[in-house]
Write a protein that binds this ligand. Structure first.
Ligand code: ATP
Length: 600
């Protein structure tokens, strides 16, 4: 039924495409014709008679016959002793006809053959006269098309196809799948619920970091229920022109009503669903769009089984009105996968890849704590590219390791020339990080230390991945600061100078220290107070004039202590520091086993 309704739009679209194609072909033909014509005219210059020459030839009695097309100023002239016909250009037909009359009166009539105008002869001039119109029409159609026939109707066409993705395509997320199975039931058998007097939920909000599989889950729900999946991204509703966003929401839901039962998926809902505040400019437009969305969701009747799934990674930004019962009253958090989840995701994405026998996906899962499903899928893809480039028969463990490094630190830049001085600096810097971490109980073991540049980094120290943790303790954060400042501490101790190489470490360390004080309430002086508002801005004014100073002092204290501790650890193990730096300078890269030998 819905397909039927969309038919006129499709026919209209096809028609426009045909007209556009025809116009383009016409323009092309015209261009080619004129090019050809001018070329021919050039070639035939030697075969042309001027009017004076023609009159002379006529007077001399050399002309055998003249052919003239009505209305044309170009004549075909056959001279008596010349094989080839010549072309003569006359000033006007009237002037020529006077000559003809005069010769007839003189008794030397010209053998003139008059031909009617041919269709092909007039076509070019006719086409030229309508060329501007053609161009105007083509431009009009193009502008019309660019505006998407006045709306973005076609955007939905691609997405209304039924999704073939099912829950089997989603690895991990078992509890979440279980929770969402209910939605599949609602879509499949709405009557069962309504007869019992239950109201079908209208909206489900999926919270989670980018790449955790929110879109995948929404598609899988549609796939499992075998209903159409209509999707749009919140950012597509944001328009420069007032009212367009709201009209798009209306159209999206009109379409959903026609396709019901169905799933409407709105990605990045925070783009339209952000808290309504001021009434100025873009803000008003946003508010209109959000209001329209609320109106549409309130307007579903119980016969229309439309479930709106929306995704966001910034739940705190959303307008509270969206979360009221009858709107997005269900919220499901899609977490970053844990160890088993990561292995399962890797397995799903490895299905269509050629893996070597020795590949252990569990090992890769261990090394990728904190990675999202999208990042894991990307690692397998990168590994396949690396294996192809290296002409391996199948993807090996080393290809996968390389892919993890490529995704986390960037590509190894072996060809970059590095001065001995920089090499030494990097070697001590990285050895500093590695040794300091080795003596910090909460930090994970060193996996690899390298002074070969990768991505933006001049060198790197890779640590073994943490087990999945939900909480991080204060001690762990303090020790993280020490490890981060280990590089700078080594530079200071050994080279008696410091470099720009530590800028990123310092940035990260400062951010951690700030969060410890202002977000996690880890300072005894300040106490367990959150000093950031919902948008992440520091908000200390209400605590009096001294608060700003106190925050600054506490952050600085954390950093100073960590920097000092890092130097202390390195002073105690200065011989190891020299030895590891020397090893790095010769080998450029050392692995876990080689590193551990220094501490045996
Ligand atoms: P965004 O917020 O950026 O839109 P998202 O959370 O919607 O991201 P998806 O687009 O669903 O993420 O995921 C991207 C890709 O990552 C999927 O197409 C899929 O290949 C892979 N992926 C993510 N999570 C999983 C999972 N649990 N199982 C299998 N594949 C997954």
């Amino acid at each position: 039924m819905d397909k039927e309704k969309d038919k006129p739009k499709k026919i209209w679209k096809t028609l426009i495409n045909i007209i556009l194609t025809l116009l383009i072909i016409a323009l092309l033909v015209l261009t080619i014709y004129f090019l050809y014509k001018s070329q021919r005219e050039k070639n035939s210059e030697e075969n042309t008679l001027s009017y004076t020459e023609l009159v002379k030839q006529v007077n001399d009695g050399n002309v055998e016959k003249i052919e003239m097309t009505v209305g044309s100023t170009t004549l075909k002239v056959k001279l008596k002793d010349v094989e080839k016909e010549k072309t003569a250009i006359i000033p006007s037909t009237q002037v020529f006809m006077e000559l003809v009359q005069q010769k007839t009166l003189e008794g030397n009539a010209i053998n003139l053959i008059q031909k009617p105008q041919s269709m092909f002869a007039v076509l070019p001039s006719y086409l030229i006269s309508i060329l501007p119109t053609i161009i105007m029409v083509a431009l009009f159609i193009m502008i019309f098309k660019m505006q998407g026939l006045g709306d973005k109707g076609e955007v939905y066409d691609d997405t209304e196809r039924k999704s073939k993705i099912t829950f089997d395509d989603i690895a991990g997320l078992d509890e979440e799948k279980e929770e969402l199975k209910e939605i599949v039931e609602f879509l499949k058998r709405p009557k069962k619920f309504t007869e019992m007097g239950a109201k079908i939920p209208k909206g489900v909000l999926l919270y989670g970091k980018p790449g955790t599989g929110k879109t995948l889950i929404a598609k899988a729900i549609a796939g499992e229920a075998d209903v159409p999946f209509i999707s749009m991204s919140g950012s597509e509703f944001i328009e420069m022109f007032a009212g367009l966003g709201a009209s798009r929401v209306r159209k999206l839901f009109d379409k959903a009503r026609r396709l019901s039962p169905c799933i409407v998926f709105i990605d990045e809902i925070d783009a339209i669903g952000a808290r309504r505040s001021s009434n100025s400019g873009a803000e008003t437009e946003n508010n209109q769009t959000l209001n329209q969305l609320l109106v549409e969701m309130d307007g579903f009747s119980s016969e229309e089984t439309i479930i709106v799934l929306a995704a966001t990674n910034r739940p705190e930004m959303l307008d509270k009105a969206l979360l009221r019962p009858g709107r997005f009253d269900r919220q499901v958090t899609i977490p970053v996968p844990d160890l088993t989840g990561r292995e399962a995701i890797l397995k799903i994405h490895a299905k269509d890849k050629k893996l070597a026998e020795d590949v252990t996906l569990a090992g890769i899962a261990e090394d990728t704590a904190g990675f999202t499903g999208a990042e894991l899928a990307n690692i397998l893809n990168e590994a396949a590219i690396i294996a192809t480039k290296k002409e391996h028969e199948a993807i090996t463990n080393s290809d996968l390791d390389e892919a993890v490094k490529k995704v986390t630190v960037g590509i190894e830049k072996t060809s970059r020339k590095i001065s001995e001085k920089d090499k030494k600096l990097t070697a001590y810097h990285e050895a500093g990080h590695a040794i300091v971490s080795q003596f910090l109980p909460t930090q994970t073991a060193v996996k690899e230390v390298s002074i070969i540049p990768r991505g933006m980094a001049g060198g790197y120290t890779m640590y073994k991945s943490d087990e999945d943790k939900y909480y991080i303790s204060k001690t762990e954060m303090q020790e993280k600061l020490i490890a981060l400042l280990g590089g700078r501490a080594a530079e200071k101790l050994i080279l008696d100078d410091i470099s720009t190489g530590a800028s990123n470490d310092i940035e990260v360390a400062t951010q951690i220290a700030k969060d410890m004080i202002t977000v996690y309430g880890m300072s005894d002086v300040i106490g367990p107070i959150s000093l950031k508002d919902n948008s992440g801005q520091l908000e200390y004014q209400m605590f009096g004039d001294n608060m700003q100073d106190a925050i600054g002092k506490e952050v600085k204290k954390l950093i100073d202590i960590a920097y000092n501790d890092a130097q202390e650890i390195l002073k105690q193990h200065i011989d190891t520091l020299h030895a590891i730096a020397a090893e790095l300078m010769t080998k450029e890269k050392i692995n876990e086993e080689q590193f551990n030998k220094f501490f045996a």
